[in-house]
Design a protein around this ligand. Structure first.
Ligand SMILES: Cc1cc2nc3c(=O)[nH]c(=O)nc-3n(C[C@H](O)[C@H](O)[C@H](O)COP(=O)(O)OP(=O)(O)OC[C@H]3O[C@@H](n4cnc5c(N)ncnc54)[C@H](O)[C@@H]3O)c2cc1C
Length: 464
């Protein structure tokens, strides 16, 4: 559905008036300067300013907003931490942004049921700290965890380095409180580990990018905090040895919680930025972490991994068991995003996934695409999951990166992969979804959308 922005603006003014009456002026933002802060996220998608923003503090605020918005025909886009990389939180037709970042309460942490019940504005890293202080563990760890929120993580099915062992957000959400456009509240899913009563709407809502329902509460799965942890950094003189090491590690039955890869261009970029002190002879890095209940179990896995690295001619393998040493080994991975930003004036970042066995073909094909389109291409990411962040980098303002990105997407699909592993479709990847999914399949998905949101007012213009 396409909306007329002038009409949306007029209806949004009505919405602002009616919600000021219902919620009070403090929660209704119409000041243009403040509204500008809701116009973009961490993607490179074109910003778009909403006409009104509602700062929700409770379920009742969300319900009131969705009731009034449906009556007036105003599009609503949810926003949590605003760190999304696909433009999901950008209100591309204007209308209303529903900001849930003030709904920050951890309502319950249950050590027996191993669940946490949280509001959508809880910052992921703050939840980690809170449960870890109680000897518990919430595993999803997007690298943006200091600023992203559970509401956004649920909407994007956020992953992170630890997803290889513990799964993405979907595997760690048991249930949701979901509010439909119009204000109907549904308790979806369960707070038990098992439960198969009816269709699994929780799994559907996780990853639905705020297009089906608003999350007002999430029941999250917790675990015991692993007692032992070892971090290893392996250096290789070529990428193939590193990807072979990933394959052999998995074939050996090892399950590291983290298995992160950095390619030759990333390593060179780190070196140029003076980040992570990477020696000259390095062309690829693997960062690996094992956790478990005992030091001895973790130590045995770490030794086995080091042996595999040696068999694949690693230059060396450094191990860390204490916080300071661990931070030193993580430095390269942490510095990388900033180093890549400095490497070129412009970049497009894709978060593609290929079957793990196809990683060497993906890296080789990616290099050829870079040569053919005369651009620098750098890849890093969650090698255990086959999920790579591929960055196309260039300096010339006249350069058009789209042909290179199109070729990259064709390569990924030809290898049996998928166009996004964690960042979602949003606006940024809408063009490529029909390349991956058939028209019949997309019609089925659109049918689901219209069942949940017949008026098409919830985060319109996203995904399809
Ligand atoms: C430096 C950096 C590192 C990153 N690393 C990772 C990573 O390792 N793994 C990963 O998966 N992602 C990563 N991301 C992307 C991003 O952080 C995630 O997609 C994150 O889950 C977005 O959360 P947010 O709270 O910022 O959501 P927002 O950007 O605010 O919103 C994202 C989407 O969620 C919807 N939404 C928000 N709240 C709700 C709600 N209550 N109900 C319904 N829909 C809602 C929005 O409408 C939008 O479509 C990274 C981003 C940055 C900038």
């Amino acid at each position: 559905m396409i909306f007329d922005k002038t009409q949306v603006k007029a209806r949004s003014e009505q919405l602002a008036l009616s919600l000021t009456r219902r919620l009070g002026a403090a929660q209704v933002v119409t000041d243009r300067d403040i509204l500008e802060s809701y116009a973009k996220d961490e993607s490179s998608c074109e910003p778009c300013c909403p006409d009104v923003a509602i700062r929700a503090r409770s379920l009742e605020d969300i319900v009131a907003t969705l009731e009034e918005a449906l009556q007036l025909g105003v599009p609503v886009t949810a926003r949590a931490g605003g760190t999304g990389k696909a433009g999901g939180a950008i209100p591309i037709y204007g209308g209303c942004v529903l900001d849930v970042s003030r709904m920050k309460q951890v309502l319950e942490i249950d050590k027996t049921d191993l669940v946490a019940v949280v509001e959508p504005g809880v910052v992921t890293g703050e939840l980690h700290a809170q449960v870890e202080a109680m000897g518990l563990f919430y595993s999803p760890d997007p690298n943006s965890l200091e600023t992203c929120c559970i509401g956004g993580n649920v909407a994007h099915n956020a992953g992170g380095p630890r997803a290889f062992k513990y799964g993405c957000t979907r595997e760690n959400v048991l249930g949701l409180e979901a509010v439909l456009m119009g204000g109907a509240v549904h308790q979806v899913g369960k707070r038990t580990i098992k439960g198969v009563a009816g269709y699994d709407l929780t799994a559907l809502l996780v990853g639905s990018e705020g297009t089906l329902a608003l999350t007002s509460k999430a029941v999250l799965r917790l675990r015991r905090k692993p007692e032992a942890l070892t971090t290893l950094l392996a250096r290789f003189s070529d990428e193939a040895s590193a990807t072979q090491t990933v394959a052999r590690t998995i074939e050996a039955g090892l399950v590291p919680r983290v298995l992160e890869f950095m390619d030759a261009t990333v390593v060179e970029t780190l070196r140029q930025a003076g980040a992570g002190s990477v020696p000259e002879d390095t062309s690829a890095l693997l960062l690996c972490e094992f956790d478990g209940p005992t030091e001895s179990a973790v130590e045995a896995d770490a030794l086995r991994f080091a042996d595999i690295c040696e068999e694949q001619a690693a230059l060396d393998v450094l191990a860390a068991r204490h916080v300071g040493e661990r931070n030193a080994l993580w430095a390269a991975r942490r510095d990388m995003s900033n180093a890549i930003k400095k490497r070129a004036a412009f970049k497009v970042a894709e978060d593609i996934v290929v079957p793990r066995s196809k990683a060497p073909a993906m890296l080789e094909g990616m290099r050829r695409i870079g040569e053919r389109h005369k651009t620098l291409v750098a890849a890093y990411g969650h090698a255990g999951d086959g999920n790579y962040h591929v960055n196309v980098l260039w300096d010339d303002p006249q350069y058009d990166p789209h042909p290179a990105v199109d070729d990259l997407i064709r390569l990924v699909l030809s290898l049996g992969g998928t166009i996004t592993g964690e960042h979602g479709i949003g606006v940024a990847k809408r063009r490529y979804l029909p390349w991956e999914k058939s028209e019949a399949h997309l019609a089925l998905q659109r049918g689901l959308k219209s069942q949940f949101d017949p008026a098409g007012l919830l985060n319109p213009g996203k995904i399809f």
